[in-house]
Design a protein around this ligand. Structure first.
Ligand SMILES: C[S@@+](CC[C@H](N)C(=O)[O-])C[C@H]1O[C@@H](n2cnc3c(N)ncnc32)[C@H](O)[C@@H]1O
Length: 276
Protein backbone atom coordinates (compact mmCIF):
# COMPACT_ATOMS: atom_id res chain seq x y z
CA UNK A 1 0.00 0.00 0.00
CA UNK A 2 1.20 3.52 -0.77
CA UNK A 3 2.26 5.39 2.39
CA UNK A 4 0.37 8.57 3.27
CA UNK A 5 2.23 11.62 1.94
CA UNK A 6 2.11 13.32 5.36
CA UNK A 7 3.90 10.35 6.94
CA UNK A 8 6.37 10.20 4.03
CA UNK A 9 7.24 13.89 4.49
CA UNK A 10 7.54 13.55 8.27
CA UNK A 11 9.94 10.59 7.98
CA UNK A 12 12.03 12.60 5.52
CA UNK A 13 11.91 15.66 7.80
CA UNK A 14 13.14 13.60 10.74
CA UNK A 15 16.06 12.26 8.67
CA UNK A 16 16.98 15.81 7.65
CA UNK A 17 16.63 17.04 11.23
CA UNK A 18 19.02 14.31 12.42
CA UNK A 19 21.65 14.95 9.75
CA UNK A 20 21.48 18.74 10.27
CA UNK A 21 21.83 18.40 14.04
CA UNK A 22 18.46 20.07 14.78
CA UNK A 23 17.84 20.28 18.57
CA UNK A 24 16.70 17.02 20.20
CA UNK A 25 13.36 18.41 21.42
CA UNK A 26 12.34 19.28 17.84
CA UNK A 27 13.38 15.83 16.61
CA UNK A 28 11.27 14.35 19.41
CA UNK A 29 8.26 16.42 18.31
CA UNK A 30 8.60 15.20 14.71
CA UNK A 31 8.86 11.61 15.97
CA UNK A 32 5.69 12.22 18.03
CA UNK A 33 3.84 13.26 14.83
CA UNK A 34 4.97 10.02 13.13
CA UNK A 35 3.92 7.99 16.20
CA UNK A 36 0.46 9.67 16.16
CA UNK A 37 -0.05 8.77 12.49
CA UNK A 38 1.03 5.16 13.18
CA UNK A 39 -1.16 4.97 16.29
CA UNK A 40 -4.24 5.87 14.22
CA UNK A 41 -3.54 3.03 11.78
CA UNK A 42 -2.79 0.59 14.61
CA UNK A 43 -5.95 1.57 16.50
CA UNK A 44 -8.17 1.13 13.42
CA UNK A 45 -6.63 -2.32 12.92
CA UNK A 46 -6.99 -3.47 16.52
CA UNK A 47 -10.50 -2.13 17.24
CA UNK A 48 -11.91 -3.74 14.05
CA UNK A 49 -13.36 -7.23 14.54
CA UNK A 50 -10.78 -9.95 13.98
CA UNK A 51 -10.67 -11.67 10.59
CA UNK A 52 -11.65 -15.32 10.10
CA UNK A 53 -8.95 -17.96 10.67
CA UNK A 54 -8.82 -18.62 6.90
CA UNK A 55 -8.25 -14.90 6.27
CA UNK A 56 -5.55 -14.66 8.95
CA UNK A 57 -3.85 -17.66 7.35
CA UNK A 58 -4.17 -16.14 3.84
CA UNK A 59 -2.50 -12.93 5.03
CA UNK A 60 0.33 -14.79 6.82
CA UNK A 61 0.95 -17.09 3.83
CA UNK A 62 1.02 -14.07 1.50
CA UNK A 63 3.52 -12.28 3.74
CA UNK A 64 5.82 -15.29 3.94
CA UNK A 65 5.48 -16.52 0.34
CA UNK A 66 8.83 -16.64 -1.54
CA UNK A 67 7.77 -14.00 -4.13
CA UNK A 68 11.36 -13.08 -5.00
CA UNK A 69 12.24 -16.70 -5.72
CA UNK A 70 9.09 -17.06 -7.85
CA UNK A 71 10.13 -14.00 -9.83
CA UNK A 72 13.75 -15.22 -10.21
CA UNK A 73 12.43 -18.56 -11.51
CA UNK A 74 10.30 -16.72 -14.10
CA UNK A 75 6.98 -17.70 -12.49
CA UNK A 76 5.85 -14.08 -12.24
CA UNK A 77 6.60 -11.48 -14.93
CA UNK A 78 7.04 -8.70 -12.38
CA UNK A 79 8.18 -8.50 -8.76
CA UNK A 80 5.13 -9.29 -6.63
CA UNK A 81 5.04 -8.20 -2.99
CA UNK A 82 2.78 -8.72 0.01
CA UNK A 83 2.34 -4.92 0.01
CA UNK A 84 -0.26 -5.53 -2.71
CA UNK A 85 -2.61 -7.13 -0.15
CA UNK A 86 -5.71 -5.15 0.71
CA UNK A 87 -5.28 -6.46 4.28
CA UNK A 88 -7.45 -7.20 7.31
CA UNK A 89 -8.97 -3.72 7.83
CA UNK A 90 -9.93 -3.13 4.21
CA UNK A 91 -11.05 -6.75 3.88
CA UNK A 92 -13.45 -6.26 6.80
CA UNK A 93 -14.63 -2.98 5.24
CA UNK A 94 -15.40 -4.80 1.95
CA UNK A 95 -17.10 -7.64 3.82
CA UNK A 96 -19.27 -5.11 5.72
CA UNK A 97 -20.29 -3.33 2.50
CA UNK A 98 -21.10 -6.61 0.73
CA UNK A 99 -23.26 -7.67 3.68
CA UNK A 100 -24.97 -4.24 4.10
CA UNK A 101 -25.92 -4.08 0.44
CA UNK A 102 -27.22 -7.68 0.36
CA UNK A 103 -24.91 -8.30 -2.57
CA UNK A 104 -25.19 -11.68 -4.23
CA UNK A 105 -22.86 -11.24 -7.18
CA UNK A 106 -19.51 -9.44 -6.88
CA UNK A 107 -16.89 -8.66 -9.52
CA UNK A 108 -13.30 -8.05 -8.41
CA UNK A 109 -10.68 -6.67 -10.80
CA UNK A 110 -7.25 -7.60 -9.40
CA UNK A 111 -7.28 -10.76 -7.25
CA UNK A 112 -3.68 -11.12 -5.99
CA UNK A 113 -3.79 -13.82 -3.25
CA UNK A 114 -7.53 -13.46 -2.62
CA UNK A 115 -7.82 -11.22 0.46
CA UNK A 116 -10.57 -8.98 -0.96
CA UNK A 117 -12.27 -11.85 -2.79
CA UNK A 118 -12.45 -14.02 0.33
CA UNK A 119 -13.56 -11.12 2.54
CA UNK A 120 -16.48 -10.37 0.20
CA UNK A 121 -17.30 -14.07 -0.32
CA UNK A 122 -17.59 -14.45 3.47
CA UNK A 123 -20.54 -11.99 3.44
CA UNK A 124 -22.43 -13.54 0.51
CA UNK A 125 -25.28 -16.07 0.72
CA UNK A 126 -24.41 -19.71 -0.03
CA UNK A 127 -25.39 -19.28 -3.70
CA UNK A 128 -23.51 -15.96 -4.01
CA UNK A 129 -20.55 -15.53 -6.35
CA UNK A 130 -17.34 -13.50 -6.51
CA UNK A 131 -15.91 -13.44 -10.04
CA UNK A 132 -12.35 -12.15 -9.86
CA UNK A 133 -9.80 -11.26 -12.56
CA UNK A 134 -6.05 -11.87 -12.31
CA UNK A 135 -3.38 -11.49 -14.97
CA UNK A 136 -0.80 -13.88 -13.50
CA UNK A 137 -1.51 -17.60 -13.63
CA UNK A 138 1.03 -18.26 -10.86
CA UNK A 139 -0.57 -15.69 -8.54
CA UNK A 140 -4.02 -17.06 -9.41
CA UNK A 141 -2.89 -20.58 -8.43
CA UNK A 142 -1.54 -19.33 -5.08
CA UNK A 143 -4.87 -17.55 -4.45
CA UNK A 144 -6.93 -20.63 -5.38
CA UNK A 145 -5.10 -22.76 -2.78
CA UNK A 146 -5.47 -20.08 -0.10
CA UNK A 147 -9.17 -19.29 -0.59
CA UNK A 148 -10.03 -22.99 -0.83
CA UNK A 149 -8.93 -23.36 2.80
CA UNK A 150 -12.15 -21.50 3.64
CA UNK A 151 -15.66 -22.95 3.27
CA UNK A 152 -16.46 -19.72 1.35
CA UNK A 153 -13.78 -20.40 -1.27
CA UNK A 154 -16.28 -22.32 -3.43
CA UNK A 155 -18.10 -19.03 -4.13
CA UNK A 156 -14.97 -17.60 -5.84
CA UNK A 157 -14.45 -17.98 -9.62
CA UNK A 158 -11.04 -16.89 -10.94
CA UNK A 159 -10.55 -15.61 -14.50
CA UNK A 160 -6.91 -15.59 -15.61
CA UNK A 161 -5.82 -13.07 -18.26
CA UNK A 162 -5.89 -9.33 -18.91
CA UNK A 163 -8.80 -7.92 -16.92
CA UNK A 164 -10.17 -5.85 -19.84
CA UNK A 165 -10.67 -9.08 -21.82
CA UNK A 166 -12.23 -10.95 -18.89
CA UNK A 167 -14.65 -8.10 -18.12
CA UNK A 168 -15.55 -7.79 -21.80
CA UNK A 169 -16.30 -11.53 -21.88
CA UNK A 170 -18.59 -11.18 -18.84
CA UNK A 171 -20.30 -8.20 -20.54
CA UNK A 172 -20.89 -10.25 -23.70
CA UNK A 173 -22.47 -12.96 -21.54
CA UNK A 174 -24.81 -10.29 -20.11
CA UNK A 175 -23.53 -10.73 -16.55
CA UNK A 176 -24.41 -8.12 -13.93
CA UNK A 177 -22.96 -7.46 -10.49
CA UNK A 178 -24.24 -5.88 -7.27
CA UNK A 179 -20.77 -4.83 -6.18
CA UNK A 180 -17.57 -4.27 -8.18
CA UNK A 181 -14.15 -3.84 -6.55
CA UNK A 182 -11.47 -2.45 -8.89
CA UNK A 183 -7.96 -3.00 -7.52
CA UNK A 184 -5.51 -3.77 -10.35
CA UNK A 185 -3.23 -1.78 -12.71
CA UNK A 186 -4.22 1.88 -12.28
CA UNK A 187 -3.80 2.79 -15.95
CA UNK A 188 -6.55 0.30 -16.80
CA UNK A 189 -9.17 1.77 -14.45
CA UNK A 190 -10.92 4.04 -16.98
CA UNK A 191 -11.26 1.14 -19.44
CA UNK A 192 -12.58 -1.24 -16.76
CA UNK A 193 -15.05 1.38 -15.54
CA UNK A 194 -16.23 2.13 -19.10
CA UNK A 195 -16.76 -1.53 -20.00
CA UNK A 196 -18.80 -2.02 -16.81
CA UNK A 197 -20.92 1.13 -17.13
CA UNK A 198 -21.38 1.14 -20.91
CA UNK A 199 -22.49 -2.51 -20.91
CA UNK A 200 -24.92 -2.13 -18.02
CA UNK A 201 -22.97 -4.61 -15.86
CA UNK A 202 -23.86 -2.84 -12.60
CA UNK A 203 -27.25 -3.79 -11.15
CA UNK A 204 -29.57 -0.78 -10.65
CA UNK A 205 -28.69 -0.43 -6.95
CA UNK A 206 -25.13 -1.68 -7.30
CA UNK A 207 -21.89 -0.03 -6.15
CA UNK A 208 -18.45 0.23 -7.73
CA UNK A 209 -15.54 0.53 -5.28
CA UNK A 210 -12.21 1.89 -6.48
CA UNK A 211 -9.15 1.00 -4.43
CA UNK A 212 -6.11 3.29 -4.08
CA UNK A 213 -8.24 6.22 -5.20
CA UNK A 214 -5.91 8.63 -3.35
CA UNK A 215 -2.81 6.79 -4.63
CA UNK A 216 -0.45 7.90 -1.88
CA UNK A 217 -1.31 11.57 -2.54
CA UNK A 218 -0.83 11.33 -6.32
CA UNK A 219 -4.54 12.06 -6.85
CA UNK A 220 -4.42 15.46 -5.15
CA UNK A 221 -0.84 16.72 -4.68
CA UNK A 222 1.27 18.64 -7.19
CA UNK A 223 4.23 16.64 -8.53
CA UNK A 224 6.83 18.63 -6.55
CA UNK A 225 5.17 17.61 -3.26
CA UNK A 226 5.15 13.88 -4.01
CA UNK A 227 8.79 12.90 -3.31
CA UNK A 228 8.63 10.04 -5.81
CA UNK A 229 11.26 8.80 -8.25
CA UNK A 230 11.06 9.86 -11.91
CA UNK A 231 9.38 6.68 -13.20
CA UNK A 232 6.55 6.98 -10.67
CA UNK A 233 6.18 10.74 -11.22
CA UNK A 234 5.53 9.99 -14.91
CA UNK A 235 2.51 7.88 -13.89
CA UNK A 236 1.31 10.18 -11.14
CA UNK A 237 -1.55 11.69 -13.18
CA UNK A 238 -3.34 8.35 -13.69
CA UNK A 239 -5.54 8.24 -10.61
CA UNK A 240 -6.35 11.96 -10.77
CA UNK A 241 -7.55 11.44 -14.37
CA UNK A 242 -9.65 8.47 -13.36
CA UNK A 243 -11.26 10.35 -10.44
CA UNK A 244 -11.97 13.36 -12.72
CA UNK A 245 -13.51 11.03 -15.32
CA UNK A 246 -15.94 9.65 -12.74
CA UNK A 247 -16.65 13.14 -11.35
CA UNK A 248 -17.66 14.27 -14.85
CA UNK A 249 -19.75 11.18 -15.63
CA UNK A 250 -23.33 12.35 -15.13
CA UNK A 251 -24.63 8.79 -14.80
CA UNK A 252 -23.20 8.44 -11.29
CA UNK A 253 -22.60 10.02 -7.88
CA UNK A 254 -19.58 9.14 -5.80
CA UNK A 255 -17.97 9.59 -2.41
CA UNK A 256 -14.26 9.42 -1.52
CA UNK A 257 -13.65 7.42 1.67
CA UNK A 258 -10.14 8.07 3.05
CA UNK A 259 -9.68 4.54 4.45
CA UNK A 260 -6.14 3.25 3.87
CA UNK A 261 -5.11 4.55 0.41
CA UNK A 262 -8.63 5.80 -0.39
CA UNK A 263 -11.69 3.93 -1.59
CA UNK A 264 -14.04 5.73 -3.99
CA UNK A 265 -17.64 4.47 -3.84
CA UNK A 266 -19.66 5.04 -7.01
CA UNK A 267 -23.39 4.49 -7.54
CA UNK A 268 -25.87 5.24 -10.27
CA UNK A 269 -27.54 8.65 -9.75
CA UNK A 270 -31.00 7.03 -9.51
CA UNK A 271 -29.79 4.75 -6.69
CA UNK A 272 -28.02 7.57 -4.82
CA UNK A 273 -31.10 9.69 -4.11
CA UNK A 274 -34.07 8.56 -2.02
CA UNK A 275 -37.67 9.51 -2.77
CA UNK A 276 -39.04 12.84 -1.45
C1 LIG B 1 -3.21 -4.64 -5.60
S1 LIG B 1 -3.26 -6.26 -6.17
C2 LIG B 1 -4.89 -6.78 -5.76
C3 LIG B 1 -5.12 -6.97 -4.29
C4 LIG B 1 -6.38 -7.75 -3.96
N1 LIG B 1 -7.56 -7.14 -4.53
C5 LIG B 1 -6.54 -7.89 -2.47
O1 LIG B 1 -7.63 -7.63 -1.96
O2 LIG B 1 -5.57 -8.26 -1.79
C6 LIG B 1 -3.39 -6.07 -7.91
C7 LIG B 1 -3.47 -7.38 -8.68
O3 LIG B 1 -3.87 -7.05 -10.01
C8 LIG B 1 -3.18 -7.90 -10.89
N2 LIG B 1 -3.16 -7.24 -12.22
C9 LIG B 1 -2.32 -6.27 -12.65
N3 LIG B 1 -2.61 -5.94 -13.92
C10 LIG B 1 -3.66 -6.70 -14.29
C11 LIG B 1 -4.41 -6.83 -15.50
N4 LIG B 1 -4.14 -6.09 -16.56
N5 LIG B 1 -5.40 -7.73 -15.53
C12 LIG B 1 -5.69 -8.49 -14.44
N6 LIG B 1 -5.02 -8.41 -13.28
C13 LIG B 1 -4.01 -7.53 -13.21
C14 LIG B 1 -1.81 -8.06 -10.27
O4 LIG B 1 -1.18 -9.24 -10.76
C15 LIG B 1 -2.15 -8.12 -8.79
O5 LIG B 1 -2.28 -9.45 -8.36
Amino acid sequence: MAQSPVKRHLVKLLETAKTRGVPEDIQTQIQTCIDCANALDDYCDTITSPSSEAMKNLITETETHPWKQAHDEGKTQWMVSSRMLSGALEGTFLKTLAGMSNAKRVLEVGLFTGCGALAMAEALPADGKVVTCELSEYVGDVARKLVDQSPHGKKIDIMIGPAAESIQQLATEGQQFDMVFIDANKEGYIDYYKIIMDNDMLTPRGTILIDNALHGGQAYLPKDKLQLDESRIAQSHVMREFNDYVYNDNRVNQVMVPIRDGVMMIRRKEAFEGEA
